[in-house]
Design a protein around this ligand. Sequence first.
Ligand code: SF4
Length: 491
Amino acid sequence: MLHISDIKKFSRCKKLYYLSKKETEPSEYFSFFNINVSIDDSISKKLNIENAYIGVKNDPTERAMEAMNDYDWLKNARFEYEQLRIKVPFMHKVEEGWDLYFSSLQLAPGAEEASTFAFYVTVLKRLGIQVHEVYVVHLNREYIREDVLDDDQLWVVSNFFYNGSGNPSKHILTTIYGITTNMDEVLQQMKEFDFDAELPIEKTSKCTRRNKCMYYDECFPYVEEEPDNSILHLATSKNKFKMYDDGILYLKDADLELVEGTRLQYAQIMADRLGGFFMDKLALKSWFDSISSHSATFLDFEWDTYCIPPYRAMKPLQTLPFQYSIHILQDDNEVIHKEYLGVGDCREELIQQLMKDIPSEGKIFAYNAKGAEALRLQELAVAFPQYEDVINSWINRMEDLSIPFEMGMLYDVRMRGMYSLKVLNKMIHPEHTYQELKVSHGLEAVQIHRMLEHENDEEKIIEYRKQLLEYCAMDTSELLAVYKWLKQLIV
Ligand code: SF4
């Protein structure tokens, strides 16, 4: 039995298909997006579906075929052709045949899904089913929730794919017909696939395209084992594997013709040539001078991202910050720690607590500030305009502590091409790492917070809160450590 997901894997990489089929245990799945309501029910309301045939797992094709005579709407109907099994989310009978509706949790779905949709249309066509039109039902970027969720406003039904600017650009069915899927050939190849044959592992853009392949570490374990100054740690390099294969093993020997030439890459190569560490002291000092202030506040948020807005004044795919930690380095070098952790719609409470905890002056440091903490604050200011002035004053005082690393003002080969807080933590004080914590990365924190939201057992609530507070506090104490480390380098 084959599914569309198998075809996607097979088309991306034969090794990926092989590894996924060999897996006996399904890998643990954690959704980055909090899907808090039934997408199926919500779209059914949008499409005004009142009476529908609902397909279930292992339904034979005949059952869906019979239902096509008795119903105008089919949901999750199963069809099979040449061992390829498909589940069509929504089908609607019209005079000229059947309209298909695919759901998308995107704001402006592009044509990347066209080849997948083409398999659905081809299977139905082979079974003699006339497809009249294909729609995608996607989240409405303009929608802002009021007290009650409005399913009609939440979704947009479009028979066009969108371009990069978010405008409808390609008629879906015409795009599908323009694709030569060659389904029979692909299915034949999959049926003949030899699971005992030795498969060559080739590093291509498919391994890291969009999302890094889940089997990357399995296919390329040697990258982890490479020394700190390996050429394979050259950041954002398209040609590092080529150089490696050509016998260039270390950063110091990089072929400059094959290096893109970013400032970080330059710092990496120089660090290796200089024995492991490079610093542009002048640039670092001048950056420090530009951000000098009296007290320094180090801020970190944790947040969850909701597909469907759960509370008033939220949009689809918007985040909800549920926690923060703050370390404040005062003028007298004393350090104060503040923190907050909420559940449910805690946004206003979080803002009010921040107003008490953030000092009235001095810089506010975050890591990747503009792409994270500042964005979270902007969203809060839009949802709660009564606090807009104070929130904007915090944003104006924000500085990004990742800048010196991103801009290649310094590099230590122990960073192995990365500069996340966790990497810096390991390097600056390896005796106290995230590994000691129960929660050791952001997605784990989100997972624990989702459990906390639904927990009633008092002991577990105390334990979850402790784990989350420890993790977030570690982030801001690391920010402070990085700040102090950078500062002593320019003395
Ligand atoms: S890491 Fe690359 S070679 Fe390995 S399975 Fe994934 S796509 Fe295929």
